[in-house]
Design a protein. Structure first.
Length: 532
């Protein structure tokens, strides 16, 4: 493979900028903070960085509600700060991927303000508008039964237009109308703006939400026995529907072809789509097959949920499903990506333990497991430290989704707490009270403490990732799973035409014996990789 395919088999480190490092003392991380710690990231042995949104935003959903796609929010710095970050990253041979939220904007975006003014202005049809329906009493109701991921109807009423507008998330995040060719052209121009600044690619938020059914047909009820629709595992209205009309429309393929044609003008750049769907692996494969659509996708199956058990099936099934789609020629199968943690889910270090618990053995095993799977891997900041999920008191909750679900779920704040750099007040993250509290249990797991501990998760992560780079059969080779007759033993091999590496994992907290060999709790046996 040429360097243009650097992303195949890469390990990419996700940074949530609000919580990485604060350099100006306001309690919120910023772009100069990322630049300051790029040597740390490079030393991990990763290939690139995905940075969550830093664009101008009123921060109703902490940057995933954009009001200006072509500028940096002052909270995070300036465009010059981003250029400096990008330049240093490239000197360190780190790729930079930025998070583009194209499916919706902030309600404070000038486009939406103009669209709200009337049904005749130039931006009138840039968002999804629909007339109200009437119930049996003659009361005004939304145009269909679509519901928001964050709770409540997916429609809000505009008195100015006397119509409803669609929002799959917060009411402050109106959905753009991708059926409008002008909207598509503008989104492509935004991508070109950042490509011209030499970014190496885009993580495309909610990439299958771009188009909706223009007939606005109701979603049918969800079939029994299917998994929950989001990481909030509850029978809320969103999880009670099959989402066949509000997202994942066929028209999306035509737009993605246009986006890929643009990316191809900038060799070596990559598109990474976030897939959230009722059948995510089928859709992930469809979105990456051939050379005209996305380069790769990842989805929440291995990340979401606290009610799933860490078993062979949890890992093996999505991989085999992705690679064995029916009626797909072998040469046409796309390239997957996998992750155990990100900014939206319970941290993997705690997800399969008791809430907010920490076991270094589990954290180490998950690093190796992720690195041995076929595809591209994503590490979330703090995962290399084995950080557990944080317990956030209600009075400190920031996540708007959590405010809708409390106390059943504390939302996404528990994985977004600031990075613990040093074992001191505010953990070296800031000189000011952080925007989210840092749990006491995180300070002992600080970078400072783990740097000096040869048995720490951090030192282990560096050792493994640097070893992995030398094993091309693991980075870009083929794979084969072996039946183990034990749901807690995962056995696969990675191979190419020169080498083969066996990989065996104990996914349980118990000592297990497999093929006459004892594997300790959360242990692993990797050919050629030994840990002192």
């Amino acid at each position: 493979m040429s360097d243009l395919d650097w992303w195949r088999g890469a390990v990419i480190y996700q940074i949530y900028p609000r919580s990485f490092l604060d350099t100006n003392g306001n309690g919120v991380g910023d772009l100069p903070g990322i630049t300051q710690q790029l040597d740390y990231v490079s030393d991990l042995g990763v290939d690139g960085i995905w940075i969550s949104p830093f664009f101008t935003s009123p921060m109703k959903d902490f940057g995933y509600d954009v009001s200006n796609y072509r500028d940096v929010d002052p909270l995070f710095g300036t465009l010059s700060d981003f250029d400096a970050l990008l330049e240093k990253a490239h000197v360190l041979n780190l790729k930079i991927i930025i998070d583009l939220v194209l499916s919706h904007t902030s309600d404070q975006h000038p486009w939406f303000k103009q669209s709200c003014e009337s049904r005749e202005n130039k931006k009138s049809n840039w968002y999804v508008w629909a007339d109200a329906k009437k119930d049996v009493q003659g009361k005004r109701i939304p145009p269909n039964n679509w519901v928001s991921v964050f709770g409540g109807p997916a429609w809000s009423y505009s008195e100015a237009r006397e119509q409803y507008y669609l929002h799959n998330f917060l009411k402050e995040q109106p959905d753009l109308n991708f059926h409008n060719k002008d909207v598509q052209a503008e989104m492509l121009d935004i991508a070109r703006f950042w490509l011209e600044r030499n970014v190496d690619g885009f993580r495309l938020d909610t990439v299958n939400f771009y188009f909706h059914d223009p007939l606005l047909r109701d979603n049918p009820p969800r079939e029994t026995g299917t998994e929950y629709a989001t990481q909030f595992e509850s029978d809320v209205p969103y999880s009670q529907q099959q989402h066949i009309h509000d997202k994942s429309q066929q028209e999306n393929f035509d737009f993605l072809k246009k986006l890929r044609a643009l990316m191809d003008q900038y060799p070596g750049t990559v598109t990474i789509g976030e897939i959230g769907d009722d059948d995510p692996y089928k859709l992930a494969q469809e979105y990456t097959r051939g050379q005209e659509l996305l380069h790769t996708t990842y989805n929440p199956h291995m990340m979401s949920g606290t009610q799933k058990t860490l078993t062979e099936a949890l890992i093996r099934k999505p991989i085999e499903t992705f690679y064995t789609q029916p009626d797909t020629p072998e040469y046409d199968v796309g390239w997957p990506s996998w992750a155990f943690s990100n900014h939206d889910v319970v941290r993997a270090a705690s997800r399969w333990l008791s809430p907010f618990a920490h076991d270094p053995a589990l954290s180490k095993m998950l690093i190796v497991l992720l690195g041995c799977l076929p595809g591209t891997g994503f590490l979330y900041q703090g995962e290399e430290l084995g950080l557990p999920e944080a317990d956030i008191p209600f009075e400190d909750i920031q996540d708007p989704w959590a405010k809708e679900t409390w106390p059943a779920w504390q939302g996404r704040d528990g994985c977004r707490t600031p990075m613990p750099w040093r074992d001191e007040k505010y953990c070296g993250f800031s000189a000011h009270t952080p925007w989210l509290p840092i749990p006491k249990g995180h300070a002992p797991l600080s970078v400072q403490n783990q740097n000096s501990n040869p048995e720490s998760v951090l030192v282990f992560t560096r050792t493994f990732l640097k070893w992995r780079k030398k094993r091309q059969e693991i980075v870009k080779g083929g794979y084969k799973f072996y039946d183990t007759s034990n749901e807690y033993i995962l056995h696969l091999s990675r191979y190419n035409n020169k080498n083969k590496t066996g990989c065996i994992f104990n996914l349980s907290q118990k000592l297990l014996t497999y093929n006459g060999r004892e594997i300790p709790p959360y242990g692993f046996l990797i050919d050629g990789f030994t840990v002192k």
